[in-house]
Structures are given as C-alpha cells and as structure tokens.
Design a protein around this ligand. Structure first.
Ligand code: GLY
Length: 360
C-alpha cells in the first residue's frame, strides 16, 4: 500500500494505491466525508458488472446509503444531456450538501461525475475510484472535470479536487490490451517530461506483464510527478502545461478519427513522436538519442508512432488547443529525455514547422 499526499491547502487530499482497496472504500470515504449519509455512485456499463456490487457492499458496511447512475461506456457520455441526467438523479435521491458523489470507472466517468459534483447544489464532495490505467495515472488526479461540446473535447468544465483518490491496481487486470496500452502512453509521457530514470525503467520493462509486476511503483511514480506539477500550478496557467506533451498534435488525431478511431492514449503516443521531432528540428532538444527509444517503447506497448491526418484537421486542432493565448500557443518540447520545456510560439510558426515534419 502506498499513499501520496497532494498539498493544495484546504483542497488537499490523499491518493491511496492498494490492491484490494475497492473492498475498503467505504471506510476510507467515511474518514474524508464524515458528515455524508448518502453517496451517489456514477459508473458505466463496462465497470458496473465487474465492480459495482463490491463497492456497494463496502459502502453499506460503512453505513452509507448509496444510489447512482450507470452511464453508457464511451466518450459520447461526456455530454450536457447525461450531465443534466445526473443532476436530476441526485435531486431525486434528495442528495444534500453534506453528501458526496463517487466516480467508479475510467476518465469519462470521472470527468462527468466530477463536473456534476462540482456544480450540483453549488458543489458537493467527490471521491475518485479510477479503474483504468489512464484514469489512475492522469485524469483522477489534479481536479480537472469537464464535458465535451460539439466544438471539441473538455470545452465546458472546472477544477474540482476530489476528497480522496482510491486506486485498486487489481482493477487493471480486467482491461483489454488496447485500453491498457492507452494508459501506457500517459505513463511513458511522465518519463519523457520529468524523469529520465523512470523512462529507462520502462524501457527495461517493455511489456504489460512486467509493468503489472511493478504496478505500485509505476502508479506511485506517475502520480508523484503529477502531484508536483499540480501543487505548483493547480489552475493550469504555467508548468501544468507540460502534462500536455504530445497532446496538441494528439488532439488533431482524435479529431481526425472523430473521437472514435483513435482513443486518447493512442493519439497522444503518435503526438509525442511528432512533438519530440519538432523540438529536435527547432534545436530545443540537445540530441536525437531519445527519439528512437521513445518510438521503440511505444511500439513495444502496441501504440502508434504515426497517424495519418489531413492538414485541414491539423490546422483546426492547433487553433482549438487550450494552450492558445491569442496568436500565441505554448508547445511542449523536450530539452532532453526526462525534461520538458514549454515554449511559447506564434501559432503560424507552429504550423510552419509542423508542415516541414509533415512534408506538406
Ligand atoms: N491531464 C492534464 C492535466 O491534468 O493537467
């Protein structure tokens, strides 16, 4: 069992990483939400048959009344219609301001349930129980909650820190290989942006079995990097942007595949390959030795190092990027493997350099 404390003053919380912790969730929630009587649990159609009964048992043993909603699995659920469905459901259950919302599932469940918790009754407590690798290393930590709009992903949202994040690494055993790999893209990203030793550790353990044999170390290291970044820049106006290495280009791939063909991690994997080459081409990266190791590591986990995307889609995605400020865009490059360098550039200059990498 490992615990990590996120220090955000009155919004501080712990991340618990412990096999079997799903069965002890009720006790942990009692500690952080002592006044709560009712818990509204949001999960999805993939996770419900696997883990909802176990969670429900633990909650009732701890004395909670629980109710909730099962949303369809998939990104399409992060929408205004389901958000308002959750609000109405919570009111039907007479949730009060001292009660809490629990997200049991991956990033879609966490983002949607978290946004509902942040806004219902002007905000109620929220607990994250992430069950995918991507949610455990990224989306459940740091308080970003959102839904998608027709214009793009995560365009309506807020920051709402959970009261606790309870990670049971055993839930990763039921993921299919593609979903596991999707999370590995974000795991690899942490090595690239902040920890050369961790990147080398991943290169020395290039399979799902080897990662699972070391899963507590992997989760702890990723969450610790995210902790330091979020503590320094909770509201994403500075250093937190390094977490978006590979994401500007990755968003173009997600858009190109209509958010269905290329899941987030796959798109980010190919996006990191373009970003690292772009940084090298601009002279920001000291040498190119990291480029091939990154590609080899992504390939070892079945992740793409290249995705086809029309130039129109690329231009649209770069224009929509949330790191845009007027004509400027902060691109995340690597100075060397293990060290990210946010670089403010004119959007047109980003596109010109991208055109060179793309050979347009
Ligand atoms: N997933 C990026 C962030 O939390 O800032």
């Amino acid at each position: 069992m490992k615990t990590l404390h996120i220090d955000l003053k009155d919004r501080s919380y712990n991340i618990h990483i412990a096999p079997g912790s799903l069965d002890r969730a009720g006790e942990e929630i009692k500690k952080v939400c002592p006044r709560a009587k009712k818990l509204y649990v949001v999960t999805d159609t993939n996770v419900q048959p696997l883990y909802l009964d176990r969670l429900g048992k633990s909650l009732s043993e701890a004395g909670f009344q629980s109710s909730g909603a099962v949303i369809p699995a998939g990104e399409a659920s992060k929408c205004p219609t389901l958000l308002s469905g959750l609000w109405e459901g919570m009111m039907k259950e007479d949730l009060t301001r001292t009660d809490a919302v629990v997200a049991l599932g991956g990033g879609v469940v966490g983002d949607l349930a978290g946004f509902a918790a942040a806004t219902v009754l002007r905000g109620v407590d929220f607990i994250q129980i992430p069950t995918t690798l991507l949610a455990q290393v990224d989306s459940s930590v740091g308080g970003k909650v959102a839904i998608d709009l027709a214009a793009g992903k995560n365009l309506a949202g807020t920051f709402w820190q959970p009261k606790a994040v309870l990670m049971d690494p055993e839930t990763l055993n039921t993921l299919d290989d593609k979903t596991f790999s999707d999370g590995m893209a974000e795991v690899i990203k942490y090595g690239c942006i902040a920890d050369r030793d961790f990147f080398d550790f991943l290169c020395a353990h290039p399979s799902r079995a080897e990662i699972m044999a070391n899963i507590e170390h992997v989760l702890y290291t990723c969450c610790d990097i995210k902790r330091s970044v979020v503590e320094a820049d909770e509201r994403d106006t500075g250093v937190r942007m390094i977490l978006n290495f590979g994401h500007t280009i990755g968003h173009a791939y997600e858009l190109a595949g209509n958010y269905e063909k290329w899941p987030h991690g796959q798109a980010v994997a190919a996006g990191m390959c373009v970003a690292i080459q772009l940084g090298f081409g601009l002279g920001i990266m000291e040498n190119d030795e990291g480029i091939q190791s990154l590609m080899d590591l992504l390939e070892a986990f079945g992740l793409p190092t290249h995705i086809d995307c029309s130039w129109e889609t690329m231009v649209k995605a770069v224009g929509l990027d949330k790191k845009n400020q007027g004509e400027d865009l902060t691109m995340i490059f690597l100075r060397k493997m293990g060290e990210a360098l946010p670089t403010k550039m004119k959007r047109d200059a980003v596109l010109e350099n991208l055109e060179a990498v793309y050979g347009q």
